[in-house]
Design a protein around this ligand. Structure first.
Ligand SMILES: Cc1ncc(COP(=O)(O)O)c(C=O)c1O
Length: 391
């Protein structure tokens, strides 16, 4: 068959065969392991938000195609959220776009803003969809590596500056950062903003973990820094904040020209999605502060439970300031290769984790690091800690 002399998969995507999450989740099932691989909560979010979705379904709100930019209730709630929390003013009519999760927002932003030949700078290790979406857009990914220093993964600002060329189209940021748990500091964000203004770069910033920042650090959106509001596409999502990752309700905020560009790509991806859930998330964004405080307190306790257990088991632990992931270094256990370690871990002690290496271009940089998710029930984490203790 002539058509098959070329591999079926578009060569731009050849390196993105199956995700590590699929492999590791299958391993968790076949070995009966505790799955601390993929980042999804094992309990659902607030009951009243589920009921809000049921009401919307019953009342016939969102059962047919919602408006392309999202239902007005949700766009208003997003705009209010940005204003009340961060002092950022966005017009819900022209500067807010609802997407099928942050995943679609990332894809649409990159497809909209990047042309073949453009370079996109991303912090390495990066969330896996970034690399695939840059490739789909025909862009060239330029990784800048976060390196461990003093218990946290740190961005080298000189390296970032040196990575910018005349072909750099945009910076793709993520704070709080998956998988390292790093929260970029005010100084780091200010330097990034200065660089973006100086080199006239667009920035796409993935802030899906904005409500998962611990130790009273608080979230700082890049768009609040001088010169950034109009050159930044900010992405967030309800999945992490409200523990309904299956609903896939995300959004983009930014200047009208940028949001319009992203919408142009988005309309040919899903056009619209999650109608009834959009109404429910509009209500979720208006939950009282006690909800957000409770989420943080619960996850802080879980972070400490798992981090302490990992330390006792012999790992070096990077206690995260944000996200629901803990990065560990396996070298104190006499191990070097995170991929081999994660493939063997289910057999050895019945726990599944994710090797960092798959999130790097410079795989050797990520080799000794392994990520564990702690968005699980306390008894599940206690069980995992007990199992890890047998290593
Ligand atoms: C950094 C980051 N961005 C985006 C997403 C995807 O978000 P959503 O489920 O809203 O598509 C995730 C989910 O793990 C993530 O970790």
């Amino acid at each position: 068959m002539a058509a098959m002399t070329r591999p079926p998969l578009n060569r731009r995507l050849a390196e993105f065969g199956t995700t590590i999450f699929a492999e590791m989740s299958a391993l968790a099932v076949s070995t009966g392991s505790v799955n601390l691989g993929q980042g999804f909560p094992d309990t659902d979010g607030p009951e009243e938000i589920r009921e809000a979705a049921v009401r919307a379904l019953r009342d016939g709100r969102g059962n047919q195609y919602p408006p392309g930019p999202g239902v007005p209730e949700l766009r208003d709630a997003v705009a209010d959220h940005q204003r009340e929390r961060y002092g950022l003013e966005f017009d819900p009519g022209t500067e807010v776009l609802v997407t099928a999760g942050a995943t679609e927002a990332i894809a649409a932003s990159l497809l909209a803003l990047v042309e073949p030949g453009d370079e996109v700078i991303a912090l390495e290790p990066y969330y896996d969809s970034y690399a695939a979406c840059i490739a789909m857009a025909g862009g060239t990914r330029v990784p800048v590596t976060l390196r461990p220093h003093d218990g946290r993964f740190v961005l080298d600002l000189d390296e970032l500056r040196a990575a910018v060329t005349d072909r750099t189209r945009l910076l793709l940021l993520n704070t709080p950062h998956n998988p390292t748990g790093t929260v970029l500091t005010r100084e780091e964000l200010a330097a990034i903003a200065e660089l973006a203004v100086e080199r006239d770069l667009l920035v796409v910033t993935d802030e899906v973990y904005e409500h998962l920042v611990f130790d009273d650090a608080g979230h700082l959106p890049l768009a609040t820094f001088p010169g950034m509001r109009d050159r930044t596409v900010t992405i967030s999502s309800s999945g992490k904040t409200f523990s309904y990752t299956g609903w896939k309700v995300g959004w983009v905020t930014g200047a009208p020209e940028l949001v319009t560009a992203v919408r142009s790509a988005k309309q040919y991806l899903t056009f619209v999605s999650a109608g009834p859930f959009q109404y429910a998330i509009a209500e979720a964004l208006r939950l009282p502060e006690t909800y957000f405080d409770g989420l943080r307190a619960d996850l802080t306790a879980k972070r400490d439970l798992l981090a302490d257990g990992l330390e006792r088991a012999g790992f070096t632990v990077f206690r995260p300031r944000g996200t629901y992931f803990i990065t560990t270094d396996i070298r104190p256990l006499g191990e070097q290769d995170g991929i081999a370690f994660c493939r063997a871990l289910p057999e050895r002690c019945g726990v599944v984790a994710i090797p960092h290496a798959v999130f790097y271009d410079h795989r050797e940089q990520g080799a000794p690091f392994v990520r564990f998710a702690f968005c699980k029930r306390t008894e599940v984490l206690q069980d995992a800690v007990k199992r890890l203790g047998t290593l």
